[in-house]
Design a protein around this ligand. Sequence first.
Ligand SMILES: NC(=O)c1ccc[n+]([C@@H]2O[C@H](COP(=O)([O-])OP(=O)(O)OC[C@H]3O[C@@H](n4cnc5c(N)ncnc54)[C@H](O)[C@@H]3O)[C@@H](O)[C@H]2O)c1
Length: 489
Amino acid sequence: MREVSQGRLNEILPKKRDLYYGGTWHVPLGGYSETFNPGTGESLGHCADANAVDVKAAVSAARKAFETWRYSKPLDRAAMLRKAAAILRENAEELALIDAQNCGNPVTEMAGDALHAAAQIEFFAGLVTEIKGETIPMGGGVTNMTLREPLGVCARIVAYNHPLMFCAGKFAAPIAAGNTVVMKAPPQAPLSAVRMMELLDGVFPPGVLNVITGGTPSGEALVSHPEIPMVTLIGSVPTGRAIARQAANQLKQVILELGGKNALIVYPDADLEQAIDGAVRGMNFAWCGQSCGSTSRVFVHDAVYDQVLAGILEKVKRYRPGIPTDRATTMGALVSRAHLDKVLGYIDVAKNEGAELVAGGSVPQTPELQNGFYVEPTVFANVTSEMRIAREEVFGPVLSVLKWHDEEKLFADVNNVEYGLTGAIFTKDLATAHRAASRIEAGFVWINRAGPHFLGAPYGGYKQSGIGREESIDELMAFTQIKNINITF
Ligand SMILES: NC(=O)c1ccc[n+]([C@@H]2O[C@H](COP(=O)([O-])OP(=O)(O)OC[C@H]3O[C@@H](n4cnc5c(N)ncnc54)[C@H](O)[C@@H]3O)[C@@H](O)[C@H]2O)c1
């Protein structure tokens, strides 16, 4: 991994700010939008804003490339993917500093993002020869077989909280399966995706990997384009619904990885240190709680409530908002002024509804942070499940602690939200753990820890948290379609 000195922050920003498709850079007809550093409020210059005509050109390039790529040898595709992963690893630190400047997450945390993306790319590269079919001996000399074929041009639209990790990690599965990709970077933080294409230029044949930047109109143009059979989203529930509605007009397939209001349950027999640590880690305070999987509702049994709350309040002190590019920073900035206002609005609502503010709740007064979008790590105690703070996704550093006693009522409350992404259970008893895991309506459950994903393990949501599973072989297979061939000799 190449190290980057702090003095070079400006120098490492991408020189190109245009659209990358068909193996080269194109000036956008849609113009350019300004992009900012949420940690300092400073401008980081402009970046392309693709309009519908730009999107059409990018899709044409991807479609043209598909005609050859679909017949490429799987192991050749794997070799190119591995080369891309190696380049990302080599430049991980630089990419982390770009993301830290553009999305506000602390650089020490973002350093892992390019490495996670590289690991995902290598994972899918390793699975290319698993895109297999089956045979049925039909008798009478007849053989029936199934093949898995690629779909075509796949659109991947992603959220801002891990810009590089999503833009890089998510091209791997469709490309490994023989599709071509148009990736849409998040409008708030497009620069690491653009830098990624500066670095990956020439790794794949022209048109296989295309990256566009822009806001909702460019996303809508992708979703409504007739030559795209598959659209995936990492984003909010309202956007997921809008995409599903639009996709239905042309019966496109979708994978939707959406929001969460995730529960963490502490049983009275839990290892309390482990539970406290899990509750704080699971909230992802480092990136201001801006994670779909954040365990923002902590249900603590009343026998251990005071102890767990005290422990959480002590552990939360390890997070102090600071300039995201500073390696000593333990907690970054929210992505924008609008998002800061939304989070502060939720804090007001919680106070008005009677939740007890026991940590944070304000904008830090540190002079050097005054132009950025910061909020202190915030904890509310005595939250009840009817309060909005316990029902709606804040996507900010706001943890709600709820008290429980009766297990039936606990699961009624845990499941009484529209979301169903993750859940966490802390207990030393295996039977309790299995019982609780079976009752949580969520697609991804941790027992005695909270936060990490496991490459190879399917990640995705129940209920309104989404459709489909990623980070596993399910993601790869989702980018294929089955053709059945009946052979009579
Ligand atoms: N489940 C997961 O894996 C996962 C991971 C990270 C974030 N998220 C969720 O993402 C949300 C936060 O991200 P956000 O604010 O960037 O989400 P968002 O839904 O506002 O935007 C996500 C992406 O969708 C695009 N978009 C918006 N409207 C569109 C439309 N009508 N058609 C096509 N594209 C459109 C945006 O430009 C952006 O690229 C949270 O709800 C969070 O929980 C989910």
